[in-house]
Design a protein around this ligand. Structure first.
Ligand SMILES: [Zn+2]
Ligand SMILES: [Zn+2]
Ligand SMILES: [Zn+2]
Ligand SMILES: [Zn+2]
Ligand SMILES: [Zn+2]
Ligand SMILES: [Zn+2]
Length: 292
C-alpha cells in the first residue's frame, strides 16, 4: 500500500551487468529460467534480466557477504560468486558441499582456511523443524552422532541415511532422518532426495558438476564479452568483475533471508493483486522515462 517501495522491483546485483527486475513466473512454465546463484529452477517471483535470461531467486539475490554458521563455528563463511577451486580459468572449478556432499558450481559460502563450503540453500536450512509425526522438534545435525558403522534409518521414508550428510534428529528418541524428508519447503530438499542407501560417488558428483560448469563458463564468457564491449561502463565493470570473482560486496544485500518458500511468499509474493501489478507497471514506465 503506502509502503510500495521501488527497491522491491528492481535490483542491481554484483553478479550481472544489467538491472534485474522483479518478475512473476507462472507455475509450470516449461522454460522457467534457472537461478544463477543456486542453479535451481525458478518459480514464483524472481529477479530477472530477460534479454540475458539471467535470473536470481529473491533470497539468493540477498545473500550476505559474510555468514557465521553454526556448522562451522571456527570461522565466518564468505560468499563466493563462483567456486574457490578454479584451475586457472574463470569458473573452471566446482565445490563439494559439506552439508549435502553434492557438487556445486555457482554461489558458495566458503571458508578459505578450512576449504569448507556450503550451498547457500544448505546454509539456510532451519536449525530445527517440527514434524507432525513426532512430538519433539528435530534438530539439524552436522556430525554423525551415532557410533561409526551404525545405520540411521530415516523414520519417514525408511531408507538409510548417509552419515556424511547433515540430517534432522531428535537425539532423546533417536528419531530422525533425511533433510529432504523433514524440511518442509527449502530448495535444498532437492539435494537430499532419497532413493535408497546413499553411496556418494565422487566421480559421479564431479561429472554432474562438470556439466553445470560448462554452462557457467558459457555464461561467464558472455559476461566477459558484455564487459569488453561496454565502453561506457568499462571501469566500473572491471571492478565489478574483480570483486565478483573475489566474492565481493553485493549492493543491497545485508540480511540473510531465509530461503524457505514461505519467506519468499511473505517478502516477495505479495503481487498477484491488480493493484500491485499496476504499481509495478507504473514503476517500470517511470524507470524507462528516467533511463531515456
Ligand atoms: Zn537461487
Ligand atoms: Zn542482462
Ligand atoms: Zn549442499
Ligand atoms: Zn574454517
Ligand atoms: Zn527419508
Ligand atoms: Zn523425540
Amino acid at each position: 500500500m503506502e509502503k510500495e517501495n521501488k527497491e522491491d522491483y528492481t535490483l542491481i546485483h554484483i553478479s550481472h551487468l544489467h538491472p534485474l527486475h522483479l518478475t512473476d513466473i507462472p507455475p509450470a512454465v516449461a522454460a522457467a529460467p534457472t537461478c544463477h546463484a543456486c542453479r535451481l529452477r525458478c518459480s514464483g517471483s524472481i529477479f530477472e534480466c530477460a534479454p540475458c535470461r539471467f535470473a536470481l531467486h529473491p533470497p539468493c539475490a540477498r545473500l550476505p557477504k559474510m555468514l557465521p554458521h553454526p556448522s562451522h563455528p571456527a570461522h565466518p563463511l564468505s560468499l563466493l560468486l563462483a567456486p574457490a577451486y578454479t584451475d586457472g580459468g574463470i569458473g573452471g572449478g566446482f565445490f563439494a558441499c559439506d552439508a549435502c556432499r553434492r557438487g556445486g558450481v555457482a554461489f558458495a559460502f566458503h571458508c578459505s582456511h578450512c576449504s569448507f563450503d556450503l550451498h547457500p540453500a544448505c546454509a539456510a536450512l532451519p536449525e530445527s523443524v517440527h514434524h507432525p509425526s513426532h512430538p519433539h522438534p528435530v534438530a539439524l545435525t552436522y556430525e554423525y552422532p551415532f557410533p561409526a558403522g551404525t545405520h540411521l534409518v530415516c523414520d519417514l521414508c525408511r531408507n538409510s541415511c548417509d552419515p556424511m550428510q547433515w540430517f534432522y534428529v531428535c537425539i532423546e528418541c533417536q528419531f530422525g532422518g533425511h533433510v529432504g524428508c523433514f524440511v518442509p519447503t527449502s530448495p535444498a530438499k532437492e539435494f537430499y532426495q532419497q532413493t535408497g542407501p546413499v553411496q556418494k560417488d565422487a566421480a559421479a558428483a564431479a561429472a554432474e558438476a562438470d556439466q553445470a560448469a560448462v554452462l557457467l563458463r558459457q555464461q561467464q564468457q558472455q559476461l566477459m564479452n558484455a564487459i569488453s564491449t561496454a565502453n561506457m561502463m568499462s571501469a566500473n565493470a572491471n571492478n565489478f568483475l574483480k570483486s565478483a570473482m573475489m566474492g565481493g560486496t553485493m549492493p543491497g544485500s545485508t540480511v540473510l533471508r531465509d530461503m524457505s518458500e514461505t519467506n519468499l511468499e511473505i517478502n516477495f509474493n505479495k503481487p498477484g493483486s491488480e493493484h500491485t501489478r499496476r504499481e509495478r507497471e507504473k514503476f517500470y514506465a517511470q524507470r524507462r522515462t528516467y533511463l531515456n
